[in-house]
Design a protein around this ligand. Structure first.
Ligand code: ZN
Length: 327
């Protein structure tokens, strides 16, 4: 292809997770043209991870038969506290990162504009731009996976708060003296309803002598348990799993009620691996609990919905960031 034809018109969105890196190539209308996936291998240190992000992004572009020179900008969501201005990851416990200049390092390797954002803020923007046709002024995204994160859209823009840490929905305390959380506090939403919390509760119940069909296939220590296994067990009538998942859904409903009381959004979108796998089992309970606990009138007319974008919300959000910053 002649050099002159390589117009930088495409966007790359990256979702950097504790276990995997996802990259997608998008056109200006946010249609996904191709994607790539790679394990993060955070134990090898930031330099190696940055190298892998570059490789994953290049693979996705190559997959679409494009040249990286045709990429206008790359947006990436990182799991932790981020300074979007400087593009530094200040603290990312899942990656064991402290003050990593991600923007600078990636720009050096890829030669294109890089925009860095918190992963849940990025995923919230992805859902907002691609999934919510109504473009509400106020919206909350809640992502339930290994941990729980969130993002807030106010007046159509991400809301960061005074020091950039707004949206730490997973660390709202909703049970006094509840289980210990990864943040050091107790009774956080994340410690009660994340995949980690559900698995921990199930393992404790099994150790306590309670019965689940999951031990038949996975053994007594429930090795390699996945969210999808929980759905299958419930479908087969497993009462213990059903009870634990319902409890997680109730806590989620309470968290949603608190957020609606506080922020009065038009839409609350739930996403992440747990909702992807167990949305059918959890959404009705989440809705009902949110309505029960929400202040009279506050929940009226608020849409509480599951995201249909699944894992893609993060990479779409990355593309949205890239598009915003490179216009
Ligand atoms: Zn916490």
């Amino acid at each position: 292809m002649p050099e002159a034809n390589l117009k930088p018109e495409y966007l790359v969105g990256v979702d950097l997770g504790g276990t995997k890196i996802l990259a997608g190539v998008f056109d200006d209308k946010l249609a996904c043209l191709g994607r790539s996936k790679m394990s993060t291998k955070s134990e090898r240190g930031p330099e190696e991870v940055v190298e892998r992000i570059s490789r994953c992004a290049r693979d996705a572009v190559d997959e679409c038969d494009l040249d990286f020179k045709q990429v206008r900008a790359l947006g990436i969501g990182a799991p932790g506290a981020v300074d979007p201005e400087s593009g530094r990851v200040i603290f990312a416990p899942n990656l064991q990162w402290q003050d990593v200049p991600l923007k600078k390092l990636l720009e050096k390797q890829l030669g294109t504009l890089v925009v860095v954002e918190n992963d849940c803020t990025s995923a919230t923007l992805g859902v907002y731009e691609k999934e919510l046709q109504s473009k509400p002024r106020y919206m909350i995204g809640i992502f339930i996976g290994t941990g729980i994160g969130g993002g807030i859209v106010a007046d159509g823009k991400p809301y960061y708060g005074s020091n950039g840490t707004a949206g730490e929905i997973g660390h709202m305390v909703i049970e006094v003296g509840g289980p210990k959380c990864s943040c050091g506090s107790r009774g956080c939403f994340e410690a009660l309803a994340s995949r980690t919390a559900i698995f921990r509760k199930l393992a404790a119940a099994v150790a306590d002598g309670k019965k689940t069909i999951l031990t038949d296939s996975l053994g007594p220590d429930l090795k390699d348990l996945r969210s999808g296994d929980l759905r299958k067990a419930i479908k087969k009538g497993d009462k213990l799993v059903e009870e634990i998942v319902e409890e997680a859904a109730e806590y989620t409903g309470i968290a949603v009620a608190n957020l609606i009381n506080l922020l009065s959004p038009q839409v609350v979108v739930l996403g992440g691996g747990v909702i992807d796998a167990l949305g059918e089992e959890m959404m009705a309970i989440i809705l009902e609990t949110a309505q029960d606990y929400g202040m009279t009138g506050a929940t009226k007319g608020v849409d509480i919905v599951a995201s249909k974008k699944g894992d893609d919300a993060g990479i779409i959000g990355g593309a949205v960031l890239a598009r915003q910053q490179s216009k």
